[in-house]
Design a protein. Structure first.
Lengths: 153, 256
């Protein structure tokens, strides 16, 4: 008899927690394909990730308007490099951003062309320079054309 | 007697219900197989081809809206230089600006120049989330904010994550980090928004040598699947039992 009131309080609290849980936890939160251990989540989050905007469009996007550098680079040793690697992501160009940058800094070219003598890596097979000895104050683009990837002259 | 009868009937009824469900799976297995998702993603990294240019890191940061100057990245490139005295490794700014000189960054501001004749092996290892089959990060999440989809990719629910950081501690590969803007956990998800539209992840697109490749186990013509089945590939930290889904060609014993 004497335990009834605390029991009612306890059941009331449990009921309240269950009601709050129904309100706060989204309806699609549950156990999905991978079972409870790895697949307990809110299902609509998958679509939220799919809806993220795409920024890198790939070189096919550049081909129609920028045909000349596109064709030039494809027949040069730089054919593996995507346009957006050096010029930045296209996004909705030309709507947004209006212009993509022409990066003529040395650090861009030194990423691959600073010679590193690593025997087990393809890096050592790329023609490279010692950055401190080869034209240390000038831009690479002043003598070399990146879309042709050739020695100057 | 009443309680005993009640329990008996309850037990019999429950066992009948579960038996029916189990028989259904044996007699009509098509309904189980139809639930197989159309994609199951794998990744292949060829460390012989990696140049250490760092375009992948830059592409990932811009594609996935991680602040470029922050010292966190969803993917990074490590350099290993093996000398007779030992192995030196570094990852300056996660490799996002490439490796432009021979000085290995031992600690921020402390460099070591290695003379050419001492270099026995030198290579670059790009790393990204392994999307483990048995991810420790998913097991430890207290709220269910991180999870594995049916396709095998581990995602993070930004709105549900409370930012406790347990998953960041749990990952044995160190792939997870705090997003500096949203203050929740973040990690590579194979550019989920891109692969769902049939295009390659940003890092795979950016790589000039084809060192990074994504594959689909359910696609019968998949080149990555064929390489993983037929060539000698390795995984990172196999001893943890996480069953990673990123395979490496040319993995060396110095790689941690």
């Amino acid at each position: 008899m004497y335990f009834l009131r605390p029991l009612m309080v306890f059941l009331g609290l449990a009921g309240l927690i269950l009601v709050i849980r129904i309100i706060l936890v989204p309806a699609d939160f549950g156990i999905h394909e991978q079972g409870y251990l790895y697949g307990w989540y809110r299902k609509s989050n998958e679509q939220e990730w799919v809806n993220l905007a795409i920024k890198y469009q790939g070189r096919g996007y550049c081909q129609d308007c920028h045909g000349e550098p596109y064709k030039s680079i494809l027949s040069s040793p730089h054919r593996g490099i995507e346009c957006e690697n050096c010029h930045g992501p296209a996004g909705d160009h030309p709507t947004n951003p209006l212009k993509l940058k022409k990066n003529t800094g040395r650090d861009l070219c030194l990423r691959c062309h600073s010679y590193l003598a690593y025997p087990t890596s393809k890096r050592s097979e790329i023609k490279g320079i010692d950055a401190e000895k080869h034209n240390p104050s000038g831009a690479c683009a002043s003598c070399h054309d990146a879309h042709k990837a050739s020695k100057p002259g | 007697m009443l309680r005993r009868d009640f329990l008996r009937y309850l037990f019999k009824g429950l066992s009948l219900l579960t038996l029916g469900e189990g028989l259904k799976k044996i007699i009509w297995p098509i309904s189980v197989n139809a639930a197989l998702p159309p994609n199951r993603w794998l990744f292949l990294v060829d460390t012989y081809k990696c140049l250490g240019c760092g375009f992948c890191v830059q592409a990932c940061k811009l594609e996935n809206e991680i602040p470029v100057q922050a010292n966190v990245s969803r993917t990074w490139v490590e350099r290993y230089v093996v000398t007779p005295e030992g192995t030196l490794t570094d990852s300056p700014k996660e490799g996002r600006e490439g490796f432009i000189n021979n000085r290995v960054e031992l600690a921020p501001g402390r460099y070591q120049n290695i003379p050419k004749e001492k270099i026995k092996k030198g290579f670059f290892v790009p790393k990204l989330c392994n999307q483990c089959e048995k991810p420790p990060c998913v097991q430890v999440c207290p709220v269910g904010a991180t999870y594995k989809t049916g396709e095998g990719i581990t995602l993070i629910d930004r709105k549900w994550c409370i930012g406790c950081g347990y998953c960041i501690m749990a990952c044995p590969y160190g792939m997870r980090f705090f997003h500096p803007q949203y203050h929740v956990a973040d990690k590579c998800n194979f550019c989920y928004h891109r692969i769902h539209k049939g295009i390659k992840p940003a890092c795979v697109l950016a790589c000039p040598t084809g060192a990074r490749n994504i594959g689909n186990l359910r696609d019968p013509e998949d080149q990555v699947k064929k390489i993983i089945i037929s060539q000698r590939v390795g995984i990172l930290k196999g001893e943890y039992g996480t069953k990673p889904q990123v395979y490496y060609l040319g993995l060396s014993e110095e790689v941690r």
